[in-house]
Design a protein around this ligand. Structure first.
Ligand code: S3P
Length: 174
């Protein structure tokens, strides 16, 4: 097997800004398998950016697309793939059940300061526009923790370079 004996997709879940895409790309590189960013797939199939989807059609529409895109990615996967999901994806009951059943979810987690710092670098998260980003991230993280914690592998991403986090993910899935 190309992905080191793993016969299921590896799906990174966790808060926005935690580094799912950066870490996912590097994990896939280390395993020698493909990497897919679910948010990018949603944008590709909608022919719109995520802020545009939220603005034109609202969050529920985005969530529906997110659920369908992730289901397709998992159904189409032949095992050798790393998938990064948007922060809310694993909070959807159907998506979570599918990931738990067919994939290996890895919860990437970090402290609020790191999330605030990393999300401030890019202006592409509609949910953070609704108020103070630190407050929103703190609230979402505590609301979502019960879902994220269902992932069998929990990796803490510290601030700074991702290499250490990548190593911990590789160890977790080995
Ligand atoms: C969201 C996270 C984003 C994106 C959308 C909603 C969330 O993805 O899916 O803005 O609900 O946490 P990232 O986690 O990649 O930032």
């Amino acid at each position: 097997k190309i992905n080191g004996g793993m016969d299921r997709p590896i799906v990174l879940v966790g808060m926005m800004g935690v580094g799912k895409s950066s870490v996912g790309k590097r994990v896939a590189g280390a395993i020698g398998c493909d990497f897919v960013d679910a948010d990018e797939e949603i944008e590709r199939s909608a022919q719109m950016t995520i802020p545009e989807i939220f603005e034109n059609f609202g969050e529920d529409y985005f969530r529906d697309g997110e659920r369908r895109v992730i289901a397709r990615l998992i159904e189409e996967a032949d095992g050798a793939i790393v998938i990064a999901t948007g922060g809310g994806a694993f909070c959807n009951e159907e998506t979570r059940a599918l990931i738990l059943d067919k994939a290996i979810p890895v919860w990437l987690d970090s402290d609020i300061d790191t999330l605030v710092e990393r999300t401030s670098r890019k202006d592409n998260r509609p949910l953070l526009k609704e108020g103070d980003p630190r407050e929103i991230l703190t609230r979402l993280r505590s609301e979502r923790e019960p879902f994220y914690s269902r992932a069998p592998i929990h990796v803490i991403s510290e601030s700074g370079p991702h290499a250490h986090t990548v190593a911990k993910v590789l160890k977790g899935i080995a």
